[in-house]
Design a protein around this ligand. Structure first.
Ligand code: F3S
Length: 673
């Protein structure tokens, strides 16, 4: 990665380790982002650890997922976050202020920084030239305690852009085109760096849309150069002083190069169930080749809910007829309230309302199945980033992903259609990447960190029934597991722990764990009980890209609480693999097809001297066990660095940190800008 933008940022933040792809790297962190699903546990556990002030220059906590406060515990969580976060030196964004990644970009995004967030789409910050990535709550806590952020150094791939996007084509179509070409696994272990003359055609907001969906490629992140386009975005948001240039060196070395001619990209959609099942919008059809009739259109999310996206949607909607088709429910959820205020000032909102569009609060909401759940059997077109089965809140849902422009066409036509074919002759295509004017210098919902005196007075009221992570035991040695299930490729964290069941985690993690993977293996909890009794622990076998999707660490903790201590998968999504380690579950891969075949359901695998076998290396190591009944040797590849081996053997990150205290620097006072 020599000479790349990734190398420049990582080298400037390196505390230990090296930049060889795959090598373990410990980074100093500039900014941490927390959201309201994981935030209450994070701050409660930091309180219990006795931390009085976050040891990171800037922390921001956003109430964005549970904005509707359907249950009293959501409001209770928000009240707790307001005081606990601010006391620890974090900014606090009250419910309705907006979706974390968008508000963070508008208010705090800085080129050249390292941003870590408890949300997988933190990668959006790469659109402004930051090294931004998501991780689990345990590692966010560690970063806030001053322990830095550890990751495997990524390989860097250059995406060279040429040409210009055609009319009615948007950055979302670029993101979908990459998914079509590379698949949902195409970015494993990689950072995508964007370059080329085509960059000039993409505004900073559009770059953020593309960076946002790099996590759908399973990438560690994406980075765009920081240039005059970046400066224009920062200045429009009143933060020109945050600008600093960032570009690769002329002879930068990349692992691979991808050429993308923007002028060849057309309006696209991802079909239900897979982010990478992408077809041209004009070719989306159902049985018999009929166009797909649409029941619901939703515009919003961190991917496509910005001021610029609202303008693009509104201009397309009005140019295509300006009226929602009969029977279609069309809702926009702006991704920041400040962006909504600027949108209202354009005069475009009123004709939308008159045309039948509803305007929701600024929230993640429907993106994770909170509100606007589609009716059974209906089709929903969404400008969001994920359409995993059931994520909308309805099992058996039919969710298409699309750009705001394709969404506008679907709303008007009542079917999925190429907006270029729907447009009347002479219709003006929507503008892209429009910058807001008169951006508000401050926003009432965004509260700065408490100063020392106020922090001393604040007494955060811990929400009733809020559970913290239970204590976990070390990994048994020898490790004996009974294989309880085989799982397919691309199992997502939504498959493992659906978003709609996350509420259970708040009060009863043990009961919540019993719902893990229920959609794929309904009796998994019973099987794990039997495995624990028979062998001491349970094991899972999975295909490629296990744990793709959201950063939700409950998906890993749930497996651990059921007694799973070994997951053998052909490959793992980065964040989930790390979350398994952080909860004392060993992630491994079969060394060969024969080894995988030996791990059939019901097989008992015994791995002797696990600690000694793991002590043998740093990086890929072969661990040898025996399958019980036939005594066949089974070899597993374990690709963990030295620190991860210690963490998994200790039974998780908390145990490891307890036994090896973090050598944090002096308390910096946290608050920052
Ligand atoms: Fe929120 Fe969906 Fe983005 S849950 S953070 S809008 S991926």
């Amino acid at each position: 990665m020599r000479g790349t933008m990734t190398a420049a940022i990582l080298a400037a933040h390196r505390v230990a380790g090296d930049l060889r792809p795959g090598a373990s790297l410990l980074l100093r962190v500039d900014q941490v982002l927390v959201q309201d699903v994981f935030g209450p546990q994070i701050f409660a556990e930091l309180e219990e650890a006795g931390l009085s002030r976050a040891r990171v220059p800037l922390v921001a906590t956003y109430c964005d997922h549970m904005v509707y406060q359907f249950a009293a515990e959501h409001a209770d969580d928000h009240r707790y976050l307001r005081d606990a976060a601010r006391r620890l030196g974090s900014w606090y964004a009250a419910p309705g202020t907006g979706v974390c990644h968008q508000v963070h970009a508008e208010r705090f995004g800085r080129p050249g920084t390292v941003l870590v967030g408890s949300d997988s789409h933190t990668v959006q910050g790469g659109g402004l030239g930051a090294f931004a990535t998501g991780t689990g709550g345990q590692e966010v806590e560690l970063a806030l305690m001053g322990g830095g952020f550890r990751l495997a150094a990524p390989a860097v791939v250059q995406v060279r852009l040429t040409g210009e996007l055609g009319p009615w084509v948007t950055a979302k179509d670029v993101a979908l085109e990459l998914l079509r070409r590379l698949s949902a696994r195409g970015g494993l272990g990689r950072v995508f760096e964007y370059a080329g003359a085509g960059l000039r055609d993409l505004s900073a907001q559009e770059r953020m849309t593309i960076a946002n969906m790099s996590v759908e490629l399973s990438a560690t992140g994406a980075i765009f150069p920081s240039d005059e386009t970046t400066r224009a975005f920062l200045m429009a948001h009143g933060r020109g002083d945050a600008f600093r240039p960032l570009a690769p060196e002329a002879d930068a070395e990349y692992e691979d190069e991808i050429a993308l001619d923007l002028s060849e990209i057309e309006p696209l959609v991802a079909r239900p169930g897979r982010t990478d099942d992408v077809v041209p919008a004009g070719e989306a059809s159902e049985g018999g080749g009929a166009p797909v009739a649409v029941d619901q259109v939703l515009v919003g999310s961190c991917t496509n809910g910005s001021f610029a996206d609202l303008v693009a949607f509104a201009e397309a909607f009005l140019a295509l007829g300006g009226r929602v088709a009969p029977g279609v429910d069309c809702v926009i959820a702006p991704s920041s309230q400040a962006g909504l205020a600027c949108f209202l000032a354009t005069g475009l909102a009123e004709p939308l309302l008159r045309g039948g569009v509803r305007i929701s609060e600024s929230t993640c909401g429907a993106c994770l199945g909170v509100g606007h759940v589609p009716a059974p059997g209906s089709v929903s077109v969404r400008t969001f980033n994920r359409n995993f089965r059931g994520r909308s809140g309805l099992s058996g849902d039919r969710v298409y992903l699309a750009s705001p422009v394709v969404a506008a066409a679907a709303a008007v036509a009542g079917r999925i259609v190429d907006p270029r074919r729907l447009a009347p002759s002479g219709a003006r295509p929507p503008r892209r990447g429009v910058l807001p004017t008169a951006w508000p210098a401050s926003w009432p919902g965004l509260h700065p960190p408490a100063g020392p005196e106020e922090a001393a007075r604040l007494a955060p009221r811990r929400p009733e029934g809020l559970a913290v992570t239970p204590g976990l035991t070390p990994l048994p040695d020898p490790l004996v597991v009974s294989i309880v299930a085989h799982l397919p490729d691309d199992v997502s964290t939504d498959d493992i722990q659906p978003a709609r069941t996350l509420g259970l985690w708040r009060s009863d993690p043990v009961a919540a764990a019993r719902t893990i993977l229920a959609g794929l293996v309904p009796d998994l909890a019973r099987r794990c009980d039997e495995a624990r009794q028979a062998a001491g622990a349970a094991g899972l076998v999975a295909g490629a890209n296990y744990g793709q999707g959201s950063s939700r660490e409950q998906a890993a903790l749930g497996q651990r609480l059921l007694g799973v201590r070994l997951v053998v998968a052909r490959s793992f999504a980065r964040i989930h693999r790390r979350n398994l380690v952080n909860f004392g579950v060993l992630p491994a891969s079969p060394a060969s097809a024969e080894d995988e075949a030996a791990l059939r359901e019901g097989a008992v695998l015994r791995i002797p001297d696990l600690a000694r076998q793991l002590a043998a290396g740093d990086g890929p190591t072969t661990v040898v066990g025996r399958e019980g009944t036939r005594g066949r040797e089974v070899r597993l590849r374990v690709d963990l660095d030295r620190e991860e081996r210690a963490v998994v053997l200790a039974g998780g990150l908390k145990n490891h940190v307890r036994d090896h205290p973090v050598q944090a620097g002096p308390d910096t006072g946290g608050a920052g800008a």
